[in-house]
Design a protein around this ligand. Structure first.
Ligand code: KG4
Ligand code: ZN
Length: 339
């Protein structure tokens, strides 16, 4: 018998809902929150208010697009964490109410597991290769940067993580230094396409093992620009594309250095990418090139499943449903959460 799952995502600044039938995507709806652009980052109180406004229309849209009736939904999954508490509360409360009203199981999902599991979403008429277990996942988002061994859909083990900023923060913070609105990542990606990645060299961190660090890069970028701007106030405008290409290249090298070490140490050659930063065209290209050199099989998410969405919560919810891992009405969101 097939299972139809409605999923809700509200951990940060996207209000999203999706419907999956087994592993097949029926719909995915997302409301982005432009309200944060002017603030240089996500403002938690504004995010929760926008989630509150968006959640009903977004769920309605997802159900309509799926072409199903509410009575066909067998379970409701939601992001429990990690994320912003005031934002998570909106999705959690909605999901609890929906489960209670429809008398269906409630499933709590770890947002990071969701990002990784996008590789298992299928769509009617599309054939995409899926990673085989065990695979190594480089999870790069706005809040997290991790190397994860994935042994099974719900059996994941973190072997490296950032000790300070996430890769997405490195993009967003350096973008902010150049005067870009939030989030800076997609803009850096865009301008980098017309820049020279070797134009400027920034220090890479020397962190042993498989952990990452990005805060030093942001600081060295800040000081370098401060010195250049003192000599030439137009420096950023006249070197924008080269600055973007160089900072992006440095972030990619930091990520790939650690990924290479992780692949060597574990002997795993099935390599997947996940999270918002996996939308970055430079990173996607660099990984494909690296895979050619190393003989890895690489799996890169479809563009629309890189940044936050609810299809990823639905697929994680589906695997938990199969194992009967349900939550009760007393469950609360968690701002911080490991697997
Ligand atoms: O996964 P995500 O949507 O949210 C979190 O779970 O954090 O990731 C958002 C992050 C932001 O830092 C954003 O700048 C970054 O992903 N991002 C990108 C690109 N698209 C989104 N970074 C670099 N290049 C991109 N094209
Ligand atoms: Zn995310």
């Amino acid at each position: 018998m097939s299972v139809t799952i409605l999923a809700i995502e509200s951990s940060c600044d996207e209000t999203a809902a999706s419907v999956l039938r087994d592993v097949f995507l029926l719909s995915s709806a997302i409301a982005n929150q432009d309200v944060h652009k002017a603030y240089g980052g996500v403002v938690p109180e504004l995010a929760s208010r926008a989630h509150q406004q968006n959640i009903i229309p977004v769920v309605d849209e997802a159900i309509k697009k799926a072409g199903i009736g509410k009575e066909e939904i067998n379970a409701v999954a939601f992001t429990r964490g990690p994320g912003l508490m005031s934002a998570l509360l909106v999705g959690t409360s909605f999901a609890k109410g929906f489960a209670l009203a429809r008398k269906i199981p409630l499933i709590d999902v770890n947002h990071l597991q969701g990002h990784i599991l996008v590789h298992f979403i299928k769509e009617e008429g599309k054939v995409l290769a899926q990673p085989e277990f065990p695979f190594l996942c480089l999870l790069v988002s706005g809040g997290h940067t991790q190397l994860v061994i994935v042994r099974d859909h719900l059996d994941m083990h973190i072997i490296g993580r950032t000790i300070d900023d996430a890769a997405g923060e490195a993009f967003d913070k350096t973008g902010k230094i150049m005067g870009f609105e939030y989030p800076g990542g997609p803009l850096i990606d865009k301008y980098a396409k017309d820049g020279n990645p070797k134009a400027f060299a920034f220090n890479k961190p020397r962190i042993s093992g498989l952990d990452f660090s990005f805060s030093g890069l942001k600081t060295s970028f800040l000081y370098y620009l401060r010195d250049q701007l003192a000599k030439d106030p137009e420096f950023i405008n006249s070197h924008r594309n080269d600055l973007c290409a160089s900072i992006q290249q440095t972030i990619i090298e930091i990520l790939l250095d650690k990924l290479r070490s992780a692949a060597n140490e574990t002997g795993i050659r099935e390599i997947a990418l996940a999270g918002g930063v996996s939308a970055n065209s430079g990173l996607r290209d660099a990984l494909i090139k690296e895979a050619g050199l190393k003989g890895w099989n690489v799996y890169i998410p479809e563009f629309r499943f890189t940044t936050d969405n609810a299809a990823m919560i639905a697929i994680a919810g589906y695997f938990k449903y199969l194992k009967g891992q349900f939550a009760d009405q007393g469950i609360t969101p968690m701002a911080r959460m490991d697997f």
